[in-house]
Design a protein around this ligand. Sequence first.
Ligand code: SAH
Length: 228
Amino acid sequence: MRLGIISALAEEQHGLLEALQSPSRHVHGMREYTTGKLWEIDAVCVLSRIGKVAAAMTAAILVEKFGVTHIIFTGVAGSGDKNVKVGDIVIAESLIQHDFNASPLFPQYEIPLTGISRFATDVTLTERLAGAAEKTTRVHRGLIASGDQFIGKLTQIQALKAALPDLLAVEMEGAAVAQVCFEMGIPFAVIRTISDNANDEAAVDFMHFIKTVASRYAFEVIRNFCKS
Ligand code: SAH
């Protein structure tokens, strides 16, 4: 296994770079990829920056230039369900691009020429990640929706939930990584710690949370994952 670990923000990657043994930095396409060993696993850590295009590019480069065989995205997300609380972890079973709509040519959410609207994560990788996360906090598994917008209005999250009733979390990168991994045949998983409720208070909660708990969780879960 050569594991690519993507985060969007520096806080989400906190501790991982320090934990990398024999780190080696490579700058490519405005991003810094750090290769090394994470608790015996051959790994490449990178910040994608925010949004679907940024995440898709990063995932493709990880596969094509750095030869990763598996990808994990670790970061924070807004809650998409009343039972999913700030500080809980959501692990994706599938991911959808909630802002993708080529109707009437294709059904809403369907990615043209793939026939897919919900990309499934790798079962083995997801199971192992869930095992690692359950040692840290409460874990939910299910649908994560990604789009190129920060969901910070109650009306926005209510509309998304009405359209996707089984939604657990909203973020801005996961489903893009999912599509790239699907097209490249790379097993992948997405883990998100809930930073906000994607409502009118989301921006304030996000800023607070990202500085405090988010960083510690990401590190703990990846460490447990690598050691399991
Ligand atoms: N003000 C921040 C912007 C962060 S965007 C900054 O300048 O750094 C939010 C990031 O966290 C994205 O990477 C996204 O994946 C995730 N996220 C957390 N809460 C979210 C929400 N409510 N809606 C969309 N993305 C969210």
